[in-house]
Each structure stands twice: as structure tokens, then as C-alpha cells.
Design a protein around this ligand. Structure first.
Ligand code: MV4
Length: 674
């Protein structure tokens, strides 16, 4: 085995590879761009080498700089991850020329699978099933039309050099063929510099099923079952799972054997994926082979119990495959969801910014477990426009698909993220979608279920507005003793009413919802009884906050006799309410919400100058005080601040005790004239 491994990638996959390398006792070397100087991947490796500017071509695509970094740091092998140089034939050769091991297939295998039509000819010879069609050299339009007529419509014209859905035309009938061919050839010429095309029968409702294969340098080649990646959006995978729902043992064996035949036909070594499209009746056809470790490899790890990165490193070091085909087992069901910083409501536009908060439910990281998170960013890290805005992959497993799906739904709801927009709510809708739940999968699922997956502008529920308002009042010190968790034997709703003063108080909150629509509400207190007012409705309200941290915590309330609870996060003028698996972002339209305390005169209340903690209280209700007397001491910004009486008077109420956290502007003490 190598002593030192250079990881020629960034983010999630660089951290993923580093985790296994470290577990195996290897020294790891990261490479990073200017944009990633403080990123997670250089931090988790033993050594990090700066290789250039933020643009991929100035850093992560610079094979020369990466090879030089490997030689300089004494690395014997380079793991390319996925994307960037992972399927670059020239880079694989350059590694070999420099005496370095490329952790991937031989350059010739990358080349053989690079061209669509050449790969198809190879696969045909190897007996791998292909979609009925024509993929030869004759590009005469009349000849191609006669081929299309023979295949039967609809047909699909594909650019031979294309990939990822680019340069494809569906043709419904013979009369439309010539025009579609001409247009496809124009696009192929301008996009790929190669106008050759192939013709296939068009599958109307295909599923994307791929087989994980592995080969070593000793002639062994096997498969690790399948993954279903049908849930895609514009050729971007959204959800991946293993095994494929509805897969029979017989078909699994047939697809596995076809995939192994495909790998053997190109002299494959290492981890690879053979992609098939499958018809509703189960017939399957070779699409392409990905000559790298794929993003979705964890679902295969979860059902087989194997570490595919460890397999890659062992094979690259010349060891035989760790197991035989017969020794491999499949158990349970795994689902992966890709969590992205993006806005599904705005065409999945990337959401750039800083992850102020990023928390997942209890999980394993880059390792087996019921809940697994593979991530490359931490709280306070930034999602930049330079790279793919993936935040993390959430992978769950269960004894069966329903259990995995329920676990995913729950885990997605337990993620806490703020600072930018994510696809988490969209992923939850997808998990709950009836078509997905019943495994009615095909590549058109997201389009077909558009109505349920993109519900039109729902109103923020009153309970959410009340929870946000209660948290804000709490942070401003208004719930006082409510900040402490109630003792077990007391009715929390009595303790909840931490407000012990009499008199009237009203506070208006001018919220804006995520769509910028105003949601103005008012909370009113009258002799300890709170009322929530929204529009022309008034509802009785009681609340308590459990957290001593007034910036975030759990708020419980009873609104009009119904109990609600949520985690609430306060950041500047933004309030995020996490409730029932959904997050609601509200903005305070008027940061200093109008407060009118009708019970005390302006000079009588003393407020905290900044958020902090009460150190000591020198007075109690009923005490007479003189101008300048010390009332209490609080700590804020690592300094002690003494709060003293502004005039002579009598202490009416002390709202906090030593140890209490108080928010900026919280009323600390009320003083009445003597
Ligand atoms: C097809 C097809 C239907 N019929 N070929 C899209 C990308 C490329 N890798 C292959 N693709 C397709 N080829 C025939 N003959 C439908 C697709 C297709 C697709 C395939 C896999 C996963 C997602 C897809 C989304 C749209 C279309």
C-alpha cells in the first residue's frame, strides 16, 4: 500500500477520500485553490498544497501543477475523485509518465468509453444489450431516415460525441426526420466540433439503473448490484437509491453480468459504473460507462457494507479485489439525497452565501450508519459561485424502502441550515410524493409531479408567526423566567406565563414572509394574559421558551387552545422557524418593532445595553433606591457592566436572576417613583 495519497479534488469527495485514507493509515495531501484556502478539505488532510486561482482551469484542472505537488510531497498515488480530472485520459497518462499511480482505470479504458458510438460498437461485440438503432459511420441523411423508418417512431437522434442529454432530438414521424437531423447536426457541430449522430428507438418512460462494477489487475471483475437514479432534473441526479425498486434476482444477475462484460470488454480496472436505461417491463439497454467513483457510491456501500474507496486504493496498489462475487451480499435499502444551496422556486438557481448554521441530526460521517452525512462544508463556510453548490449528501438506510424513506423524511426535517436557500423542503416533498412513495419511478417523475412538488405560495400559518414573535419577545427579555425549563411537577403552561407584572403591553411585529409579503401581527398583554392579533382575528396565547440561549431554542406555545412547538433561530432581522420538518424564514420589516409599554413611564424601565448574562442583582422588589445606586451587574462582550438607578424611586419588579441570559434591549428592572 502507498504511504502518501494526493487527493486531486475538493469539497465533499476530497473529504470522503481522506477519511478512508486516514483510516487505512495513509498520509494525505490536499490541493486547493485560492477560493478554498480555508475550506474543509485542506484542513482534514495532513498536508495541503496551493495550486492556483479559483477557476477550475487555474487549479483543479491543472494536471501539471497537481503532479508537481504530488512529486514534491512524496505522494505515490493520486485519487481524482469525481468531476475535474477524474475521466481525463491525458491526465491518467501523465500520472503514469511521472511514476505516479492514478487511482482509476487505465487511460485506454477511459478513451474506449469516451466516444458514444465507438463504445456502442464495442458493447455490441461483447454481447451487451443496446437500444435498437443505428450507430455506424454512414451519415447520409436519406440513409439515416430509412434506418429511422426501420426502427419505428418515435426515434431519438443523439450526437455521437454528446453526453448528459445535450444534442438529442426526439422525432415523432418520418416527415419530421430530415429537419430534426439537420438541427441536431448543427448543434453537435457547434457544441462538440463533431456532427456525427446515431439513431435509437426512443423509450418513452425510461428508468436509469446503473451497476457498480469493480475490477483488479489480476483479471477479477465483479459487480456490487445496482442503483436506481431515475429521479433527475435536467440530467442532474436528485435522489439515488439501492437496490432498485422492483428488481428481481434474475434481472439483477442479467444486468450484473452485462455490466461485467462491458467492463471486461475495455480492460477495465478499478471502480466503474455501467449505466442502463430500462423499460417498464424490465428490458434494459446499455447507455454509457462512467469511468470513476460516482457521487452516489454511498448507497452501494450502505447495502453491501463495503468501503468503495478502500477497494479503489487496494486495487490501485495492486492487491486483488477484497471479495468474490459470491461473497458479496445485499441487505436493506439505502437512499441518498443531494442537499444543494439552491432555490427550487427560482429554477434551482444556486444560492450563494455563508452557511451561518449547518447542523444535521445525529449521524455517521463518511461511514456506515442508519443516517450518514458526506459533506465538504462546515458552518461559517461559504458557498461560492466557483464550484458546484452541493452542501452535503444525506444517506439513510432502513430494513426496507419504506423505512429508509421515513428516515430520510425525518432526517431532512431535522437539518438546521441558515444563511442561504436550500432544496431541503423540495427534497421532503419529493420523499413524501405519492409517485415516489409507490416507487413509480422514471426519469420524468419530477416534471410529471410538478404540481405537488412546487406548491403555489402557501400562507405562513398563524402558529409560525406566533412562535417567531414569542421568540423575539423572549430574546428581548419579555418572557423572563420562562427561559428556565419548568420543573417536572409543575404545569408548564403556568410556568410559561413568566410575565409576572400587571399592566398592559402591546407589541407589533411587521414580518415579511419568504416571498416578501407583509405579515403584520400584534401581541398584547393584559394582566398577564396574552392575545395574538392577525388581521381581524384575535386568539388567546400562552408560551414558554426552553432554551437559555435567547438567540435560538425551542419555543412552545398554546394558541387558541392548540399546542405548537418549534425551534426558532434569531439572526439580526431574520427569524427562522423550524417546525414539523419545514422551515419558515421571516424578516423583520421594521427591525425595531414598535413597543409601547403602557404601564410604566419611559424613564422607569432599565434595559440591557447589549446581549449578555446577569452576574448579580443588588435589589429586590419594594426596595427604595437613590439615583446612582447599583441595581445589578451584567456581563457582556467579556466585560462587566453595572446598571445603576437613573433617579430616586422604588423597585417595582426585577425581571432576571443571576445566571440569566438577556437579549439586547431586554427590560431588566422597573422602577416606580417613590
Ligand atoms: C435515451 C432516452 C430515451 N430513449 N435514449 C439522456 C442522457 C443520455 N445519457 C441518455 N439519455 C436518454 N437516452 C433512448 N433511446 C432517454 C434519455 C433520458 C435520460 C436517461 C437517463 C437518465 C435521465 C434521462 C433524462 C431524460 C432523458
Amino acid at each position: 500500500m502507498f504511504e502518501t495519497l494526493l487527493i486531486a479534488n475538493r469539497g465533499e469527495i476530497a473529504c470522503r477520500v481522506a477519511a478512508t485514507a486516514r483510516r487505512m493509515g495513509l498520509r494525505t495531501v490536499a490541493v486547493y485553490s485560492d477560493a478554498d484556502a480555508h475550506a474543509r478539505h485542506p484542513a482534514v488532510c495532513d498536508t495541503a498544497v496551493h495550486i492556483g486561482g479559483p477557476e477550475p482551469r487555474a487549479s483543479y484542472l491543472r494536471g501539471d501543477a497537481i503532479i508537481e505537488a504530488a512529486l514534491r510531497t512524496g505522494a505515490q498515488a493520486i485519487h481524482p475523485g469525481y468531476g475535474f480530472l477524474s475521466e481525463n485520459e491525458a491526465f491518467a497518462r501523465a500520472c503514469a509518465d511521472a511514476g505516479l499511480v492514478f487511482v482509476g482505470p487505465p487511460a485506454d479504458a477511459i478513451a474506449a468509453m469516451g466516444s458514444k458510438s465507438a463504445a456502442k460498437s464495442l458493447m455490441e461485440k461483447a454481447g451487451v444489450p443496446l437500444v435498437p438503432g443505428y450507430h455506424g459511420d454512414n451519415q447520409d441523411p436519406g440513409f439515416l431516415r430509412r434506418e429511422a423508418d426501420a426502427i419505428g417512431y418515435p426515434v431519438l437522434i443523439k450526437a455521437s460525441a454528446g453526453g448528459g442529454g445535450k444534442g438529442m432530438r426526439v422525432v415523432a414521424s418520418s416527415v419530421e426526420f430530415d429537419e430534426a437531423l439537420a438541427s441536431c447536426k448543427r448543434e453537435a457541430a457547434s457544441s462538440f466540433g463533431d456532427d456525427r449522430v446515431l439513431i435509437e428507438r426512443y423509450l418513452q418512460k425510461p428508468r436509469h439503473i446503473e451497476i457498480q462494477v469493480f475490477a483488479d489487475t489480476h483479471g477479477n471483475c465483479l459487480h456490487l448490484f445496482e442503483r436506481d437514479c431515475s429521479v433527475q432534473r435536467r440530467h442532474q441526479k436528485v435522489i439515488e437509491e439501492a437496490p432498485a425498486p422492483g428488481m428481481t434476482e434474475e434481472r439483477r444477475r442479467a444486468m450484473g453480468e452485462a455490466a461485467v462484460a462491458a467492463a471486461r470488454a475495455v480492460g477495465y480496472v478499478g471502480a466503474g459504473t455501467v449505466e442502463f436505461i430500462a423499460e417498464p417491463d424490465g428490458r434494459f439497454y446499455f447507455m454509457e460507462m462512467n469511468t470513476r467513483l460516482q457521487v452516489e457510491h454511498p448507497v452501494t456501500e450502505m447495502i453491501t457494507g463495503q468501503d468503495l474507496v478502500e477497494w479503489q486504493l487496494r486495487v490501485a496498489a495492486g492487491e486483488p479485489l477484497p471479495l468474490t462475487q459470491e461473497a458479496l451480499t445485499l441487505s436493506g435499502h439505502a437512499i441518498e439525497a443531494r442537499i444543494y444551496a439552491e432555490n427550487p422556486e427560482k429554477g434551482f438557481l444556486p444560492s450563494i452565501g455563508t452557511l451561518d448554521v449547518l447542523e444535521f441530526p445525529e449521524h455517521a460521517e463518511f461511514a456506515l450508519g442508519d443516517i450518514r452525512v458526506d459533506g465538504g462544508v462546515r458552518a461559517t463556510d461559504t458557498i461560492t459561485p466557483h464550484y458546484d453548490p452541493m452542501i452535503a449528501k444525506l444517506i439513510v438506510r432502513g430494513r426496507n424502502r419504506d423505512e429508509a424513506r421515513a428516515r430520510m423524511l425525518r432526517a431532512l426535517g431535522d437539518i438546521r441550515v441558515s444563511g442561504l436557500q436550500t432544496n431541503i423542503a423540495f427534497l421532503r416533498r419529493l420523499m413524501a410524493d405519492q409517485a415516489f412513495a409507490s416507487a413509480d419511478l422514471d426519469t420524468g417523475l419530477i416534471e410529471r409531479r410538478h404540481g405537488t412538488l412546487f406548491p403555489q405560495g402557501g400562507e405562513v400559518p398563524d402558529a409560525v408567526l406566533a412562535l417567531a414573535a414569542a421568540a423575539l419577545l423572549q430574546s428581548a427579555g419579555h418572557a423572563g423566567t420562562g427561559a428556565r425549563a419548568p420543573a417536572a411537577d409543575t404545569d408548564p403552561w403556568r410556568v410559561a406565563d413568566g410575565w409576572r407584572v400587571s399592566g398592559r403591553h402591546a407589541r407589533i411585529f411587521n414580518f415579511l414572509d419568504a416571498d416578501g409579503r407583509p405579515r403584520d401581527i400584534e401581541l398584547r398583554r393584559d394582566d398577564g394574559n396574552w392575545t395574538f392579533l392577525h388581521g381581524d382575528t384575535a386568539q388567546a396565547l400562552e408560551w414558554t421558551c426552553e432554551s437559555p440561549d435567547v438567540r435560538r431554542g425551542r419555543v412552545r406555545l398554546r394558541l387558541n387552545g392548540r399546542d405548537h412547538s418549534a425551534d426558532v433561530l434569531l439572526q439580526g432581522e431574520t427569524v427562522t422557524v423550524y417546525r414539523n420538518g419545514e422551515s419558515h424564514v421571516l424578516h423583520l420589516h421594521d427591525a425595531v418593532a414598535h413597543a409601547q409599554d403602557e404601564s410604566s413611564d419611559a424613564g422607569g424601565s432599565l434595559t440591557a445595553p447589549m446581549p449578555g448574562k446577569i452576574i448579580s442583582v443588588a435589589v429586590k422588589a419594594g426596595d427604595a433606591v437613590k439615583n446612582g445606586d447599583t441595581l445589578l451587574v451584567m456581563e457582556a462582550m467579556k466585560m462587566e457592566h453595572t446598571i445603576s438607578a437613573p433617579r430616586d424611586g422604588v423597585v417595582e419588579e426585577v425581571f432576571f436572576e443571576p445566571g440569566d441570559q438577556v437579549g439586547d434591549g431586554a427590560q431588566l428592572i422597573a422602577i416606580a417613583d417613590a
